[in-house]
Ligand binder design. Structure first.
Ligand SMILES: *Cc1c(COP(=O)(O)O)cnc(C)c1O
Length: 354
């Protein structure tokens, strides 16, 4: 494996107030960088003091959004270990995103080693309060100065770290969701099934509209028929209909979440029936009217499980499970967070120690 050079800061920053971290507000003292050029491939892996990176104004990422990213977390256990949750899956997904955007592949084992090395260098930043974690943001940008639309010849792979607060300081709280029927997030054949920067810029307008109406997040419908349920905000979505857990199938416009995959594996190990299939808005509305939707929730790295308490289709609004958390949502949350913070045995082999 390539040697990672480490240049430590001579000027460590003042640590933030760890009881008020928020999300993505603070960054640690160091960052990981690695360059790509056609003759050298990925080269010069290094950990350097955190700070601005300089780019040519014609750098292709700034014009055509040839950029991908990942989101994962490190967790401090009660006995002082630091755990990563399925990091190989994150870097396999980064490679799938990179493949879609014609960015060269990165060695998955090397990338996991880079994350671990960076975490060790910045270990004094690791939050220890209950529910807090270190959010890890790997990303790739196209750096070649060029204005024609084609793949860049040079790239930068970077990893930054941000200590983040507990997502639910007062316990898991159900959210209000607005079903978006104008803007769409993705279509099959586009980039919705990968983590590409441009996907997210296009979601801000709908998110703003939902917020103005008093909702927390948007529920996205498919971009062709505006008929099938896809995702909720930047989370995958699940419904408990009667006794079966149903989630949209990965048909090409849905992001294959690692939390989604983990929830399906847990549900199957508990012998709770699960289906991955198309779910239409009409099916959901009818099931809501008949009281057959017992729970609904989003899944993602940030919130783990986000119970849906209200669902609005235009002026029509429905309450789910009296706006409170259901037993399946709670069980998934408890099991997953138990494994992530090392409180429960990791019988699936999902965690790795830093
Ligand atoms: C990252 C992301 C998810 C959740 O993926 P996890 O691996 O579970 O964090 C879901 N949908 C979108 C659009 C995303 O960007």
């Amino acid at each position: 494996m390539k040697e990672i050079t480490i240049v430590r800061t001579s000027n460590p920053k003042k640590k933030p107030d760890y009881s008020n971290l928020g999300f993505g507000k603070y960054y640690t003292d160091h960052m990981f960088l690695m360059d790509y050029s056609p003759d050298l491939g990925w080269h010069d892996p290094r950990i350097v003091p955190y700070g601005p990176i300089s780019l040519d104004p014609a750098a292709m990422v700034l014009h055509y959004a040839q950029t991908t990213f990942e989101g994962m977390k490190a967790y401090r256990t009660g006995d002082g270990r630091t755990l990563l949750f399925r990091p190989w899956d994150n870097f396999r997904r980064l490679n799938s995103s990179d493949n879609r955007l014609c960015i060269p592949q990165i060695d998955v084992d090397f990338a996991v080693e880079a994350v671990k090395t960076l975490l060790r260098v910045d270990m004094d930043w690791m939050p220890t309060e209950v529910g807090t974690s270190m959010y890890i943001r790997p990303f790739v940008i196209a750096t070649e100065p060029h204005l024609g639309v084609r793949a860049s010849n040079s790239y930068l792979f970077a990893i930054i770290l941000s200590p983040v607060a507990a997502y639910y300081p007062e316990g898991m709280a159900p959210v209000r969701i607005y079903v978006e029927d104008e803007d769409v997030r993705a279509v099959r054949g586009g980039t919705g099934e990968v983590k590409a920067g441009g996907n997210y810029a296009a979601t801000i307008r709908a998110q703003n509209k939902a917020a103005e109406k008093g909702y927390t997040q948007v529920l996205w419908l498919d971009g062709v028929h505006r008929k099938y349920i896809e995702e909720v905000g930047t989370m995958n979505v699940f419904f408990l209909i009667d006794d079966t857990v149903v989630t949209p199938a990965l048909t090409g416009s849905i992001l294959p979440g690692i939390t989604r995959m983990s929830c399906l594996e847990m549900l199957r190990s508990w012998s709770i029936p699960c289906e991955e299939r198309l779910i239409s808005v009409d099916e959901v509305k009818t099931a809501l009217r008949n009281g057959r939707i017992r729970e609904a929730f989003g899944t993602g790295t940030a919130a783990v499980i986000s119970p849906i308490g209200h669902l609005a289709f235009g002026e029509e609004t429905y309450e789910i499970n009296n706006g409170s958390i259901g037993p399946v949502s709670q069980r998934l949350y408890d099991e997953l967070t138990g494994i992530q913070w090392g409180r429960l045995p990791d019988k699936y082999g999902w965690t790795t120690e830093v």
